[in-house]
Design a protein around this ligand. Structure first.
Ligand SMILES: [Zn+2]
Length: 81
């Protein structure tokens, strides 16, 4: 079975959380998250963020921009350490 690296796992994370991947990819992302503490922490953050967006959907006008900023910050942090 091919292994995803962190970049690939994170690239698929959003679709993974929304269950929009093939079963194969879901399995690969899950395996990566089980083995990689950095990515699993990030996944937990993303999951709660998605939930927050869903509960606020319709009330907030532009959460996308905020989300993009947070993601950029997190990615910069992950690369710097
Ligand atoms: Zn990782």
């Amino acid at each position: 079975m091919s292994r995803l690296d962190c970049e690939e796992a994170l690239a698929h994370l959003h679709d993974y959380l929304k269950r929009e991947l093939t079963p194969e990819l879901i399995g690969e992302v899950r395996v990566h998250l089980e083995r990689c503490r950095d990515c699993s922490g990030y996944a937990r953050f993303e999951e709660s963020f998605l939930l927050m967006l869903e509960t606020r959907a319709g009330r907030e006008t532009c959460p996308k921009e905020l989300r993009a900023r947070i993601l950029a910050l997190l990615r910069a942090e992950a690369k710097g350490s």
